[in-house]
Design a protein around this ligand. Structure first.
Ligand code: GLV
Ligand code: MN
Length: 222
């Protein structure tokens, strides 16, 4: 039999678990254990994240980044360009669990289907008109055409894309709950990996002949 003090203790424990659970399941990168840990990207020590630059060497410069201020060149097969602002470009983000990208689109440009293995993405369209879509693990396609000021969210790890469906150029800024979200670009993963995936895998997966696979591979220079 549980005494009344025992049952209140039990209730308190349940309450504590209920309060803590959502935080552990919602977080992506782990919480930091200090104010900041500006990354030393050149350290030979290998850890989960990057070692911290000594506090004495940290300056204001470490907490500001202008790498997303310029329009990028979109002259490539996709007609889009992702400029990353992750810990690799902006070491002040190390351990803080966030980062951003800038994505420029030529008219008709596509940010091709890709996934971020370590982060949920949200974005805001700054200029133009974008068809933004993702596919769930149940194979349901969710999409909407967005214009300037409108936001979107892509749940962690799901395949997604943005296509410029407006008349002119388009621009979006995206944000991630990881300092290094990673990006696996589906067409490049499948048709331009090193070494190449054997044609036998791709012909079977896509139910086409060898020449179709070779034609697609040739578009990516292999
Ligand atoms: C857009 O999908 C991005 O990854 O920045
Ligand atoms: Mn993305």
């Amino acid at each position: 039999m549980i005494s009344s003090s025992g049952s209140s203790f039990y209730l308190l424990c349940c309450l504590a678990v209920l309060l803590i659970l959502p935080f552990s399941s919602l977080s992506s990168d782990p919480d930091s254990l200090q104010d900041f840990c500006v990354a030393n990207l050149n350290s030979s020590i290998s850890v989960n994240g990057f070692p911290c630059k000594p506090d004495a060497e940290v300056t204001s410069h470490d907490f500001f980044f202008d790498g997303l201020s310029k329009e990028a060149n979109t002259m490539n097969v996709f007609g889009s360009n992702v400029t990353p602002g992750s810990v690799l470009e902006f070491p002040g983000l190390n351990t803080l669990g966030i980062s951003m990208n800038r994505v420029d689109f030529a008219p008709g440009g596509l940010n091709p289907p890709h996934t971020h293995p370590r982060a949920t993405e949200s974005g805001v369209v700054i200029k133009g008109k974008l068809l933004v879509g993702f596919i769930s693990t149940n194979n349901v396609f969710y999409s909407k055409v967005l214009s300037a000021g409108q936001m979107f969210v892509i749940p962690k790890g799901l395949v997604h894309f943005q296509l410029n469906v407006g008349e002119g150029k388009a621009l979006t800024f995206t944000a991630f709950n990881s300092h290094l979200p990673g990006a696996a670009v589906v067409p490049l993963n499948l048709f331009a990996s090193t070494p190449a995936i054997p044609n036998g895998v791709l012909t079977k997966a896509f139910q086409v002949e060898d020449d179709v696979i070779n034609a697609i591979k040739s578009k990516f220079g292999s």
